[in-house]
Ligand binder design. Structure first.
Ligand SMILES: Nc1ncnc2c1ncn2[C@@H]1O[C@H](COP(=O)(O)OP(=O)(O)O)[C@@H](O)[C@H]1O
Ligand SMILES: C=C(OP(=O)(O)O)C(=O)O
Ligand SMILES: [Mn+2]
Length: 533
């Protein structure tokens, strides 16, 4: 491969230690002598290396900016007083300043450069070049993005460049009108991302997802915060939407099915395709018996983050003293049953995962088409501790399309694309509560897996059903492999009246949240599909 010249990016005096390093080389670099602080990788008993990411162990949405220019000003869904989101505008002037900070940090250094694809579909994939200072950051993106073939690397022309200056700070952030010394900024026109003062790998992964969420729907392709799998013949695709920690990775990793991907997908006329080349699983309290596939994926080349590891390499998955958002990234082929090419025909089943901290939602509801749109736009769930800074306990939230933090266009755009694809392919939707019920405990993974099995096998369509008041949810009254007494959430309370009180409160929250969609006829028409007081 021709030697990479970084001066084209304004980075001078730097040595590229490795351009597209092998796993061998990554291991050697991240465990070599002389590394300091959070650069240090520690080998663990499972063969995977563990790293600590410093103060930032989750994303930093308050520090996310999009450059507002001629192209983006009328397309991006900007934060506003009426509807706050994480798309904070940045002027071109400030962009040049933060980019200069990043470039200065990357000058006269030893750097790693990794080229990867975002998107399994060759026609619409984005070729991304990551320029980083820390060896394990190169390892993280090697795990998470689609690894080009040797031939593709020869001809690699980046569509997008990421400058990771995690060691730098925006000292004059106040003068620049920014929120803190940390900055995660995107320029959708020059197609660049700048990261300053956070080491959390999720900023690179979810950053490129945000960009796919910008470019793809503008081309008529659905871009979705969901996991996906299919049957062993590569058919009967199912997708699982959900905010962080609701079970996308856990539930899509299913020994009976082939994994397409665990977090970010597109849906075009050919079907569903993964954006990524790896998975990023939560490992807090990871249990070998109940999640063997994820556990077995943790071996050499997987990269653990913020996990407690003793000097002899022994792992304590139960320890959350650093963060609850302990993670492992691994290339997708660490899972045995994967769908070749990471794409499959159009989805037949669409599952919305919601971790309800109030204990109101049934563990599974069969949605009507109007309810599908209503609950997709509402995106009700709980933010679980750790993935975002400042969230320390399950916090109820309405996260549009189950991924508001990553939406660059208005939520209705994503809903339209999803509905178009679902209608064309006769797909059905289900709302699955992976959170709490009246027992005060989280619904067991075992019961949730039973529910998912019943959806995927079609058993749920044969089950007797009843309607749940206020929400008018159709729920099964019995399902094979699932504890019958949890199917109607009222039965999990000592008195049904306790459920009713909480349900009224939640219904009112839904109604209040949905008001922002009712300024047009389409939105108004959906109100009837939502909860009624
Ligand atoms: N009923 C349940 N369904 C799914 N996950 C559950 C359930 N109960 C507890 N969990 C835990 O919740 C977490 C889900 O995380 P994960 O699958 O990584 O979510 P996501 O991929 O959506 O971010 C895991 O730690 C899992 O063990
Ligand atoms: C990695 C993240 O999300 P998820 O838990 O959905 O994988 C994240 O939001 O930073
Ligand atoms: Mn996940």
């Amino acid at each position: 491969m021709a030697k990479l010249d970084l001066t084209q990016y304004g980075i001078t005096g730097s040595t590229v230690i490795a351009h597209n390093p092998s796993y061998e080389q990554l291991f050697a670099e991240e465990t070599k002598a002389g590394l300091e602080g959070f650069e240090v990788g520690q080998q663990t008993e499972l063969g995977a290396v563990n790293v600590m990411t410093g103060i930032y162990t989750g994303r930093s949405p308050k520090d996310k900016y999009i450059v507002m220019d001629e192209n983006s000003k009328d397309t991006v869904w900007w934060t506003s007083e009426e509807y706050k989101n994480d798309n904070h505008p940045m002027s071109e002037e400030v962009w040049h300043k933060v980019k200069a900070i990043a470039k200065e940090e990357l000058c006269n250094k030893n750097l790693y450069v990794v080229d990867g694809f975002c998107g399994a579909n060759k026609d619409t994939r984005m070729a991304v070049r990551f320029i980083v200072e820390v060896a394990w950051q190169a390892h993280f993106v090697t795990n998470m993005f689609i690894r080009p073939t040797a031939e593709e690397l020869e001809q690699f022309e980046p569509d997008f460049v990421v400058y990771n200056a995690s060691k730098a700070k925006v000292a004059d952030y106040k003068e620049l009108g920014l929120h803190s010394e940390t900055c995660v900024a995107f320029n959708t026109t020059s197609r660049e991302q700048v990261i300053i003062n956070t080491w959390y790998g999720g900023e690179m992964k979810k950053g490129m997802f945000s960009m796919m969420n910008y470019y793809l729907p503008l081309k008529g392709i659905a871009s979705m915060h969901c996991s996906a799998n299919c049957d062993k013949n590569g058919q009967n695709t199912a997708i699982f939407f959900g905010l962080s920690g609701t079970g996308k990775t856990t539930l899509s990793t299913d020994p009976k099915r082939l994994l397409i991907g665990d977090d970010e997908h597109g849906w075009d006329d050919n079907g569903v395709f993964n954006f990524e080349g790896g998975c990023y699983a939560k490992v807090i309290n990871l249990d070998k018996e109940s999640e063997p596939d994820i556990y077995n994926a943790i071996r050499r080349d997987a990269l653990l983050e913020n996990v407690t590891v003793a000097a002899d390499g022994k792992i304590d998955f139960a320890d959350k003293s650093v963060t609850e958002n302990t993670r492992v990234s691994y290339p997708i082929f660490h899972i045995n049953n994967i769908q070749p090419g990471s794409s499959a025909p159009a989805a037949k089943q669409v599952i919305f995962l919601s971790a309800d901290a109030f204990g109101v939602l049934p563990p599974v509801s069969i949605l009507t088409p109007a309810q599908t749109q209503y609950y997709f736009l509402s995106g009700f769930t709980a933010k679980l501790a750790g993935t975002e800074r400042g969230i320390t306990e399950p916090t109820p939230t309405f996260s549009a399309c189950f991924g508001q933090a990553f939406l660059e266009l208005h939520p209705t755009k994503y809903a339209q694309e999803l509905v178009k694809k679902m209608e064309k392919n006769n797909a059905k939707a289900y709302l699955v509560n992976t959170g709490w019920n009246g027992t005060g405990k989280r619904i067991s993974i075992r019961d949730t897996r039973g529910i998912i099995d019943a959806i995927l096998s079609g058993d749920i369509d044969k089950a007797p059903t009843k309607q749940i008041p206020m929400f008018d949810f159709k729920v099964p009254t019995e399902l094979p492999g699932v504890a019958t007494e949890i199917l109607d959430p009222r039965d999990t309370y000592a008195e049904a009246a306790q459920w009713e009180e909480k349900a009224k409160d939640l219904a009112a929250r839904f109604i209040k949240n949905f008001a922002k969609y009712t300024n047009n006829e389409a939105g108004k028409a959906l109100v009837a599909a939502g909860p009624q007081l």
